[in-house]
Design a protein. Structure first.
Length: 212
């Protein structure tokens, strides 16, 4: 190899190493900088049911906040671990029933209310599913961050494998995609078991308009 090529290779390697060290140092500084931590704490206040514990990140959130690492080759092994951690938190329905009332599921999917500082702790929380998905074909107001769920059961079938997968996705989507944008409805108890069963029915009951 020519000397010029060796020099170029060494320069590139040095640049990559330096960039990595700077990035890691910046992340470490952000985590340990008292001024930064104070700024975060001072930017929020506890009010009603919304406590300051909401700004404390768990291992999954910390991993996904460092997008450069999460999307890197080095982050792949950690991504697998994060997904397993989340999969292990999922509990199947206590009564063995996965499918509830699709009409109630539609109301939950339409509602985005709940879990704000003005709500009571025991107030029902909506799923806000239409914010990200097309679901009932007759509903024209929906987001497209997530895939369309129209025809969900009709297209995928109603096997136990599909049912369990769907339950797990609603419960904790990060079990399949560590940095999924989908809320962890069961993990954070945003939806209770019955509510998740009703949303399941919206997607998987053959009588649901989703599957007509």
């Amino acid at each position: 190899m020519k000397k010029t090529n060796i020099k170029k290779l060494l320069a590139i390697t040095g640049f990559i190493l330096t960039s990595s060290l700077i990035h890691n140092a910046a992340v470490a500084q952000q985590k340990n900088d008292p001024k930064f931590n104070k700024m975060i704490q001072d930017s929020f206040r506890a009010e009603g049911i919304a406590g300051l514990d909401r700004i404390d990140q768990d291992a999954t959130q910390k991993f996904c906040s460092d997008t450069q690492f999460a999307n890197s080759k080095k982050g792949e092994a950690m991504r697998v671990k994060i997904q397993k951690i989340n999969m292990d938190t999922i509990k199947q329905p206590s009564d063995g029933n996965y499918i509830g009332d699709w009409k109630a599921g539609e109301r939950i999917a339409q509602s985005g209310r709940g879990a704000t500082w003005t709500d009571k702790a025991d107030a029902a929380v909506g799923g806000g599913c239409y914010n990200c998905h097309a679901i009932d074909p007759k509903e024209i107001s929906h987001g497209n961050i997530g895939p369309s769920l129209s025809g969900y059961g009709k297209l995928r079938g109603y096997s136990q494998e599909i049912i369990t997968y769907t339950w797990n996705r609603i419960n904790n989507s990060k079990a399949y995609n560590a940095c999924s944008n989908m809320p962890r409805f069961g993990h954070f108890k945003l939806l209770n078991e019955k509510q998740m069963q009703d949303v399941m029915a919206l997607l998987l009951d053959p009588e649901s308009p989703v599957n007509k």
